[in-house]
Design a protein around this ligand. Structure first.
Ligand code: ZN
Length: 358
């Protein structure tokens, strides 16, 4: 079968030099595994880290990719919940399922956890015509949800759902700030907050503001402006006039980090929460701690989520309440181009990649 393979790193981001479509062996299922086709797979930033060989030297030869949707074509003898023909999507969090963190329902805290397609290999990731995963790492796709949307959603909706629902305990009617609403996690963040009937203010670059509103954001603010936070403050005053209470943000959803972190803290109400899953602009934020202790702010970290949370997100996609934002679709042969586009940041939602004929 065909797969997108690299055998050396590209610290200079010259992906065309290393990414080749090669023939590799088709997978045979282990007793607990499901084998399924790749009808659509989605790019994630960990593909870039993998190709750079930092922060960890991923196993080579490497097949990258953590999100994939397709049809089951074989199951191992111990598999109970799937049969040939089922439409499925990957859950890329390979946890041990045995340790006290896993058995406490916190598989994302498992110290033996690996992200499939990033830390795994050699030659074990989503960008191949057929993939194999343990049954516990596979979810059924609800009727009405396409392969494209399921692949675009998997790791991203899981991350957003866990941040807002699992960690920050979002409640109806809150005023929610979604930083970077044009990204994959941001676009789901907007929709999950609207599912909870919250007032949603999204930030994005100017070209993405309208799309944030199309996804349901009540307000969209250009976060490239120095005084973006003043505009958000003004909006929260409007919302407070309507709802009563103090102006400000109840819940801030962050993955931008350094450049915008402290200004988010200034916008938070007393007792409010900031939940963070990343730091795309850098991790070295300068923080005025008075915002945290004086206002009693909760700062929560969040990484991935549980398979149950993925299933909840998929359920609401099946109900038509949340949709995936797909920016563009590339073939395996165009893998370098697809990843270069992701590096540019000039896209909205997810970039997909498919084998020929999928
Ligand atoms: Zn574990």
């Amino acid at each position: 079968m065909k797969a997108v393979v690299y055998r050396e790193y590209a610290p200079d981001d010259d992906y065309a030099k290393i990414l080749k479509v090669e023939d590799i062996d088709s997978p045979k299922p282990k007793p607990d595994e499901v084998v399924f086709t790749n009808k659509a797979s989605a790019l994630n930033y960990n593909d870039i880290w993998g190709m750079r060989g930092v922060p960890i030297p991923v196993p080579v030869p490497h097949v990258s990719g953590s999100d994939v949707a397709g049809d089951v074509i074989a199951v191992g003898e111990d598999v109970q919940g799937f049969k040939v023909g089922d439409r499925v999507v990957s859950h890329s969090n390979l946890a041990c399922r045995v340790c006290s963190d896993c058995t406490s329902g916190r598989e994302f805290d498992c110290t033996r956890r690996q992200v499939w397609g990033f830390q795994t290999g050699p030659l074990w990731g989503a960008y191949s015509e057929e993939v194999h995963l343990p049954e516990v790492n596979v979810s059924k796709i609800p009727e009405g949800v396409s392969y494209d949307d399921a692949a675009a959603a998997s790791m991203t909706i899981l991350t957003s759902w866990h941040m807002l629902v699992g960690r920050a305990k979002i409640t109806p009617g809150q005023t929610v700030l979604i930083m970077g609403g044009g990204s994959g996690v941001g676009s789901f963040g907007i929709q999950i907050a609207k599912l909870y009937n919250c007032d949603v203010i999204a930030t994005a670059s100017p070209d993405k503001l309208e799309k944030c509103k199309e996804l349901g954001a009540d307000y969209a603010v250009d976060h490239r402006k120095d005084d973006w936070h003043k505009e958000v403050r003004g909006i929260t005053k409007e919302i407070a006039k309507k709802k009563g209470g103090a102006p400000g943000i109840d819940l801030s959803f962050d993955h931008i980090g350094e450049t915008h972190f402290n200004k988010q803290l200034t916008l938070l109400k007393y007792g409010a929460t900031l939940v963070s899953c990343g730091a795309t602009t850098g991790y070295d934020a300068k923080i005025d701690l008075r915002h945290i202790f004086f206002k009693g702010i909760n700062v929560l970290g969040s990484t991935q989520g549980t398979k149950a949370e993925l299933d909840q997100g998929l359920y609401w996609m099946g109900q038509g309440k949340i949709k995936a934002a797909v920016d563009s679709v590339y073939s395996f042969e165009q893998a370098a181009e697809a990843h270069t586009k992701m590096l540019s940041g000039k896209f909205f939602g997810k970039i997909l990649m498919k084998p020929e004929g999928a």
